[in-house]
Design a protein around this ligand. Structure first.
Ligand code: GYE
Length: 337
């Protein structure tokens, strides 16, 4: 009798453990929707402005394939109206989940209310939005852009800690009204400290931002804008570019004028794409704040959970490093993009 009791106890404990392990493994979650067909995800990408963006799109497409999720993918060619149109078509198709990388922060309330009215959960990927009302999206997965800006500013302070006199900075900024542009702009200034940016956007005890001009996260625009900057200002000590593509364009513009990027002008950038890491190895870029485009897997996990009605964290941030000229070449990342 005692043996029988012990045996049933063992069976009971073993089955409890395996149920728990099954629960821990996401695979217990739905791969099908309520109608027994494949989960459908509608994704509205904002465009293809940078190498980072191409890596982000590839990560999402690849992850959808691996997770067995049917992906409807639209490229909005840098236009908010195209993203809104794509989202509206996803609603009309009655997809299970909608995700998008919002090109700018505002102007999303109406379309998100439409999705909410149809009961379709929305996930923000990579960029943030600002809405009038709360509860218009289920989750965000991406980066902390203010922190990225702070990292750039902190590194710059260290670099010039022993320097005397004013440090003259120029800034190439990303798409106007986008959250990475705003976050990197604000975080950078916050970390430079000792200033009164609100009343005087050029003010800082040690650092003077001579100009902050748009390059739309594009290599061609980064180059063009840097050419204008070099025609208007002399004695530039530092360039802070909001992404690697613009930094690479600016590097070309400087070299064309016989200015040595990384030496005559300290260059700080964001992303850590392969070409920029290579430029750092050649001494042309001094600091790169990493921004991680590989969020595909985490997005698909969120999608499965949302379809299964499981609660999800409202914000998931990527872990990101800072790479500098002081790192040994073998410690620098070799990203596939
Ligand atoms: O840094 C830039 C891209 O939104 C984080 O957009 C993204 C940014 C990225 O074009 O290269």
């Amino acid at each position: 009798m005692k043996k029988l009791f012990l045996a049933s106890l063992v069976v009971l404990v073993a089955s409890a453990i395996s149920t728990y392990l099954l629960y821990l493994d996401d695979s217990f979650l739905e791969t099908e929707n309520d109608f027994g067909s494949k989960i459908v995800l509608g994704f509205a990408q904002l465009g293809a402005e940078s190498e980072w963006r191409s890596a982000s799109s590839a990560s999402i497409k690849d992850a959808a394939r691996r997770y067995g999720i049917e992906l409807m993918f639209e490229n909005a060619q840098q236009k908010q109206e195209n993203q809104i149109k794509a989202i509206r078509s996803f609603i009309a198709h009655r997809v299970d989940v909608i995700a998008f990388s919002p090109i700018v922060e505002t102007g999303w309330d109406n379309i998100l209310l439409e999705a909410k009215a149809e009961g379709i959960p929305v996930v923000l990927v990579d960029r943030h939005i600002r809405t009038e009302s709360d509860g218009l999206f289920a989750a965000f997965v991406g980066s902390d852009f203010v922190e990225e800006g702070r990292k750039a500013g902190r590194w710059l302070r260290k670099k010039f800690a022993d320097a005397e006199g004013e440090v003259r900075v120029v800034e190439l900024r990303g798409t106007e009204g986008s959250s990475p542009m705003r976050g990197r702009y604000e975080g950078f200034r916050e970390a430079l400290g000792d200033n009164d940016w609100d009343n005087d956007p050029k003010s800082s005890a040690q650092f003077k931002v001579l100009c902050s001009l748009r390059g739309d996260f594009m290599r061609s625009k980064g180059r063009e804008t840097m050419e204008q900057i070099l025609s208007s200002y002399s004695n530039i000590d530092v360039l802070f570019a909001h992404n690697d593509d613009m930094a690479m364009g600016a590097v070309e513009a400087m070299e064309e004028r016989g200015i040595r990027p990384g030496k005559d002008v300290v260059v700080i950038s964001v992303d850590a794409q392969r070409s920029a890491v290579e430029a750092m190895k050649q001494g042309k870029i001094n600091c790169i704040v990493e921004c991680n485009p590989y969020v595909g897997d985490r997005l698909m996990e969120l999608v499965r959970k949302l379809v299964a009605g499981v609660s999800v964290p409202s914000r998931i941030y990527s872990e990101e490093k800072v790479y500098t000229e002081d790192d040994a070449p073998e410690d620098l990342p070799v990203h596939p993009y």
